[in-house]
Every structure is written in C-alpha cells, then in structure tokens.
Ligand binder design. Structure first.
Ligand code: IVH
Length: 666
C-alpha cells in the first residue's frame, strides 16, 4: 500500500472509530490503539502536505493558530422559541395548533438542552461550516473550534443524506467536565465558570482550538433544515440523521394528545436531574413539516413550536440572621445566614445579599421564610420573601452603621453601592486581608502560608503587616499550637524564597486598589523601580498605555500615605525586588533582526517558550499567526495542517529546528 492509500485508509478508520466511541458509546479498539493510529496518520500527513484535508480526523486535536472569527450570514435565520413557564400556556399552544390545522397532528417532545446553539452545514457528507447563533441573522464562524468536538461528525456515515443541508443543535459541557474544569481553575486561582452553559459558550469562542479540544465539549443535534430531506416528519428526519452519525437525543417522543405532552413534561421535570448534561425545559414541535409550513412564523419565532421552561430550582428556608464581612479594601458585604436547606444537589447555608440596596428592595425581616435560587452565580442568592409566613413583630433588617469588626462608622462613596470601613490601619480583617493577598499564589506565592496561619500569627500578635513576615523566626513559629519544627522551617523557607519574586509581582502584592496583575505589569514596565513609581505625577501615570485616571489616582493616593511609604521601605530593607531585573543581554545578536517568526509543532531540542526567547534574543519577533509578512515558520514535528496549508498558499518558508539553530549559531 502506498503512503497516500494508507492516509486515506487511516482517515476512514479513524472517522469510524470516533463514531463508535462518541456517538454509539461502543468503541471497538482501545484508546492506545486509537492514539497509535492517530499518530501514524499525523506523521504521514506531515510528510505529505499535498494531501492536506481540512476534515481529516487529525483536526480534532486543534491548533493554536490565532483567529478572529469571521461573521457569516445564516442561510435560514436562527430564530428563538416562544418561552413559557406556565402549563396553561402549553395547553393554549396545543389548542391553537389544533384549531389552525383542523386535522390530526403529532407533537414531537424534546429536552431543551441548556448550552450554546450551533448551526452546522454539510456538503457532500462533509462538515463545511459551523456558525454560532449570533444575532440570529449573522453569527461567528467557529468551524475550526467545532471540528475538535468529537461527537460532531466531520464526515457522515451511511447513505441517503441530502447533498447540502444544515443541522442545528446545542453544544454542551457535561456536568462532570464542568465540575472538573472548575476544580482545576480553583486550584490555579482562575475565575470559575458560573454554569456549564457559560463554560461551553466561553470555550467555543476561544481563540485557541487546542483549548477547545481539551475541554471535552459534547453536542446534541435537534433540527434538520434543507430542501430535500428524507421525510416529512421532523422526528423521522432526526432518526435518519442519527444513522448518518449525528448525536441525536434518545429521549425524543411523539405525543398524540395533550395528556401525553404533560406526561413527558412531568417525567422530565424530575428525571432531568439524572442526565449528564444541563437542560432547562422541554421543547414541543409540531412534527410534520407540511403542517409546520401551514402554521408559519411570527416575527420572532415559529408558531409550530414552544419551549416550556422548568422553574429554576429554588428552596424555601428561614433567614436566621444577617452577618457582615469586611474585605481587605474595607468594603462591607452582607451575608444571609439560613437554616440549611438542600438545593440542586448541595446544602445551602448562606447566601450573598450583595449590598444595602438589595436588602431594602427585598424588604427583609429577620425570621422571614426566603426563596433561595442558584442563579447564574456560584453563590446562591435570595430571590424573594414568603410574606404570608412572616413572624409577627419581626424586625426589619437594616444595614449596620458601624464596622462589625472595629466599630468605625461606615461610609458610602458616591457612585458605589458598597459601604466601607475606612479604618485601614487597625481593622483586623483589612489587615489580614492585605497580608493574605500579599502571600497569595499570584502575588508573592509564599508556600506553607495560608489564611489560617496568617490568622494565627495575627492573633498571637506576631504580624501586623506584610513586612513583619520577614522578621519571623522558626523558633517563634514552633511555639504555636499545631506547628511543628518542619512546618515552621517550611514557612521560613517560603518567606525567604519570596525575596526573588520579580518587581512586577511585588507591585501587585502591595494591593494598591485597581492595580491587578495586568496593570502591575504595565506599571512595572513604565516605571522600572518603586522609586520611579513613587516619584510619578498624575500626568506621568495617565500617559502610560491603558492606565486611566482612576488607577493613576489610586497609585498617587497609595504613595501619599506615610504608612504605605514606611511599609514599602521595610519591604525593601527585607530584600524584596523593588526594581525590574536588568535584562541579560549576553549572547544577544541581530541575526534575526526585523524578522517575524511563527512557531509551530513540537520540538526536540528546546521548548516552545525557549524558542520564543531565542527568537527575541537574536532580534526577531515571535508572532502568532501566519500572514504575508511572516519571514519564516520555525516548524517542529506535527505542525498543524491548517498552518501548513496557509504557509503553502502564502509561500512562507518552513525552517526546521536544526536549520534554525544553525541560523542563530547555536
Ligand atoms: S429547536 C425554530 N430544540 O433553545 C426552532 N431548540 O429559544 C429552533 N434549544 O436557540 C430551535 N434544546 O439554542 C430546539 N431540542 C431543542 C432545543 C433547542 C435547546 C435551544 C436553542 C434555541 C433555544 C430556543
């Protein structure tokens, strides 16, 4: 067999294995065997760029080619559905359909998947385009990202599919994948996704299809469109689509009476909790396309379909008391303490009340029975009060006037919803909060220390600010409860090591308001030492790219305060980095002066990051995507097929790892 034939054979086999695994849940080979075949294909494809196929199963691994999404007009607009939460309106819908059609009809009952909708176009059995809903008329072309989703077929199976058609459905992140992703993000101190829907749509819009590939998205298809579909029935068409390799829900049912519709709704209202993906309701569709055409559309949605949404899960429980948390900036957040109650799989004891305005608008009283919901956010919220069960004579919840921790009178700044405690210097949670921020992973990253230890040190009077950490002795720490010699030494070592943390992170660690990680980097580049920053005027500051007046004033305010100046002085004394490190210019040349280099593939001699540094060291620039201006591509093994194709089209030179090292004289 020639290599060309082998490539074709491998592609066909791998498409079939994908289908067995992701659609039928019945793999016929082991994962290792699958990976081996995939590697063989990738190797052969790298050797034969002329056989490039944009629908090869190898595109499933994605590429890090930067792309901005092209806007595409939908061939058929992507309408939404009329929504209802009311059973009466479902009955009214059914009756309207019955009267208008005046003949027998069937209703196809389906789950309403809660993800992000997608429209796929197939031509001659190949996926050619995937577009998001967008505004319904135009959406984003996310084809490359969608190709990494294993349950979406790149090539269809079987026969009988129309030459050209669209199929629409929902891209979802299964609960399990979502929980795992958030666990990882929590560890990395990255912001969490509020729900699987946000995670799925965020992922789908990622600029990096390799990220999409790693996120394990799934997809259910629920709507086939085209001129020459096999059947008149929507349900029957989807059963055909399943044979072509699409993932179609096995829970679709045809109902022949209103009673059967309600049986379906009632069954799934509870049963949906056992599904692997999120659903938020039921979709009811008149099954016959001929009848659908008869019923037609309103301006916004079809008259032949309706969505019945499940009530968001909520629980009724008692508000026991309201407590107040003071953050490191002094902002005071009210927290509702509740009688513990079960809600969507977890026990809820507390809910955020956000601010004074929300308490007032709910007209909360202590002892009230309140409704809690898990909305879009991670922390549940109170959405209402059951006034009928309000205990007689119960007191209205009024926002505190003084700091619960230090007694200072609270203030409210113009344009802000929050109340603040202004006692920065002696209010304990503010002090502890600042130290906790200082030691956190993204700031000084002091290993062995956490909020509990900070609290313990603070209670014992050992620390009052971040600088105090640097005069701690192992012997003092050992004396504390639950502290052994080992952990004490560990903490001291962590503190010692933090002295090497670069200046930009020290800046972030100081906790100047509005100076987050990214701003800290920008500030550090513009003012490469803390002395220069301290000497900067408002004008100097706002001239820095992306630093507005709010940030500038906050920096000025920080250095205006003698206490902060003293703290910075003591941190400097302790040996922290208060200047940007001198760049190491040894070994720099101008061999790549003015050249734009794209890095692609996997390398044997250095990591990608090292190659990036090498390019810069020799005067070149590492760029993300291939264009006419690209000087050459530094290509390792398994360069992505889309990059290969683009390089070929634009005539950009491909340089191997060894050639490159020779170029820069290594
Ligand atoms: S049919 C014209 N079926 O719900 C009818 N939609 O507002 C097209 N959805 O944007 C949609 N599950 O994202 C249909 N089984 C299902 C669905 C479903 C979820 C979503 C879809 C659509 C929205 C309706």
């Amino acid at each position: 067999m020639t290599e060309t034939e082998r490539i074709h054979q491998l592609r066909k086999e791998l498409h079939a294995h994908n289908h067995n695994y992701y659609i039928l849940n019945a793999p016929t080979i082991s994962d290792q065997e699958f990976d081996r075949l995939m590697r063989e294909l990738q190797d052969l494809e790298a050797k034969h760029p002329e056989l490039y196929d944009e629908n090869s199963p190898s595109v499933r691994v994605g590429s890090d080619l930067n792309k901005e999404f092209r806007q595409v007009e939908h061939r058929y607009p992507m309408l939404s559905l009329g929504n209802t939460y009311s059973e009466t309106e479902v009955t009214e819908f059914y009756e309207r359909v019955r009267k208008s059609l005046n003949e027998d009809f069937e209703i196809c009952c389906e789950l309403k998947f809660d993800g992000t909708s997608i429209s796929l176009t197939y031509e001659d059995g190949r996926l050619v385009q995937a577009v998001t809903r967008g505004d319904g008329v135009r959406g984003d072309d996310v084809t490359d990202n969608v190709k990494t989703i294993r349950s979406i077929p790149l090539m269809l199976q079987g026969t009988g599919y129309p030459k050209s058609f669209e199929i629409r459905g929902e891209i979802l992140m299964p609960w399990k994948v979502f929980e795992e992703l958030n666990r990882e993000r929590e560890l990395k101190e990255e912001p969490l996704f509020a729900n699987p829907r946000n995670a799925a749509s965020g992922t789908l819009k990622s600029q990096n299809s390799a990220v999409v590939a790693s996120r394990k998205l799934d997809a259910y298809l629920y709507y086939l469109l085209g001129e020459d579909l096999p059947h008149d029935g929507h349900y029957e068409n989807l059963q055909e689509a399943a044979k072509w390799g699409f993932k179609v829900s096995s829970h679709m049912r045809k109902a022949r009476s209103l009673q059967e519709v309600f049986d379906f709704i009632n069954h799934w209202d509870t049963e949906r909790k056992n599904l692997p993906v999120a659903t938020d309701g039921i979709v009811l569709k008149v099954n016959s396309q001929r009848q659908q055409r008869n019923l037609g559309y309103t301006a916004k949605s079809p008259r032949w379909a309706i969505a019945y949404k499940f009530q968001a899960e909520r629980a009724l429980t008692r508000l026991e008391k309201v407590t107040y948390q003071v953050g490191r900036t002094g902002a005071v957040t009210p927290v509702a303490n509740l009688t513990p109650v079960q809600l969507s799989g977890t026990v809820v004891k507390r809910a955020s009340l956000h601010n004074a305005d929300i308490i007032a608008s709910l007209d909360l009283h202590l002892g009230d029975m309140v409704y809690v919901e898990k909305g879009g956010e991670i922390i549940p919220k109170i959405t209402g009060v059951d006034l009928a069960s309000r205990p007689a004579g119960s007191g209205k919840v009024t926002f505190i006037t003084n700091c619960p921790e230090c007694g200072t009178r609270l203030v409210r700044y113009e344009d802000e919803a929050a109340y603040y405690c202004t006692n920065e210097s002696t209010c304990p949670p503010q002090i502890k909060g600042r130290i906790e921020h200082f030691i956190s992973r993204r700031a000084m990253n002091i290993e062995g220390l956490g909020p509990e230890t900070v609290d313990q040190f603070f209670q014992e009077g050992m620390i009052h600010d971040a600088a105090d950490l640097y005069s701690l002795q192992a012997a003092d720490i050992c004396r504390l409860e639950r502290m052994g010699q080992k952990s004490a030494e560990n903490i001291i070592r962590g503190i010692e090591r933090s002295k090497q943390v670069p200046y930009e992170r020290v800046l972030f660690a100081l906790g100047i308001r509005f100076v987050g990680e990214t701003v800290a980097k920008k500030v550090a580049r513009a003012f490469p030492s803390i002395d220069k920053l301290e000497a900067a005027t408002l004008d100097d500051l706002i001239h820095v790219d992306e630093i507005g007046e709010k940030i500038a004033r906050s920096i000025l305010h920080y250095f205006h305060d003698e206490k902060n100046k003293t703290l910075v002085g003591r941190l400097r004394e302790a040996g922290l980095q208060m200047e940007a490190a001198e760049e190491d210019t040894s070994g720099h040349t101008d061999r790549l002066q003015g050249q734009s280099v794209v890095i692609s593939g996997v390398f044997a001699r250095h990591s990608r990051d090292e190659y990036k540094t090498l390019i810069e060291k020799h005067g070149g620039k590492n760029v993300g995507s291939i264009s006419k201006k690209t000087s050459f591509i530094l290509a390792g093994e398994n360069m992505g097929p889309s990059k290969l194709e683009k390089a070929g089209k634009l005539g950009v030179r491909i340089v191997s790892e060894d050639e490159f090292l020779e170029m820069i004289g290594e």
